[in-house]
Design a protein around this ligand. Sequence first.
Ligand code: SF4
Length: 243
Amino acid sequence: MAVASKSDLYRHQVEKISKLSFDVGVYRPPSEGGSASLLLRVTENCPWNKCTFCEMYKGHKFVYRPVEDIKADIDTIRAMVDEIREVSLKLGQEGRPNRDVYQALLSVDPFLNENYCFSNVFSWLYYGGKTVFLQDADSMIMRPAEFIEVLQHLRKELPGVTRVTSYTRSKTLAQRKQEELTAIREAGLDRIHVGLETGDDEILKIVRKGVTSAEQIDGGKKAMAAGFQLSEYWMPDLGGRER
Ligand code: SF4
């Protein structure tokens, strides 16, 4: 008669986890680093993609992701969270995603170590499962009603999340109505990161930022009025000695 090993208790969960994947990109701000934030793409790459100094998404076409696909990815993350917790419970770890759970998962499927979706979710849970960063370069480019639907679904499925942040462009903020930004804020987006680079109109033109200083100010003011934490990135010496 075959003797059951301890890993047979949670083999089924590991097999499920190994098959789960969602769309995750590369870039996130430094404040979302250290593996503490869950990363999820709501769009892919940059809809502008013309700034002369930026290589982040060069050669990659912008993709506007369908809402149903993003929501399916959120459901996948939720399923992965549930399976990891189940393994933890079976190991007597009370649902905590600790080192013992990690080692147990890898003992069944060592390739999980190279699975970026799994690593992202496990690390995020390990550090408390609190913060989410929505990728890629300009999430506000989403139709407001669709972005709101995604945020509401995210908050419903991952109720332990306390902060959701994303990148956007000043130009896009300036194009949005005040009430649209307020509704997005209320749906659960807390902080936005914007590449200001410079407030000098001449340099903005030279680097093909696609925005004017007046639009930057307008977009920033609207974001603040909507209640967002606004993080603007300034690029010193962008104009060189001449400017
Ligand atoms: S808007 Fe941002 S991501 Fe897009 S090209 Fe410019 S710097 Fe790069």
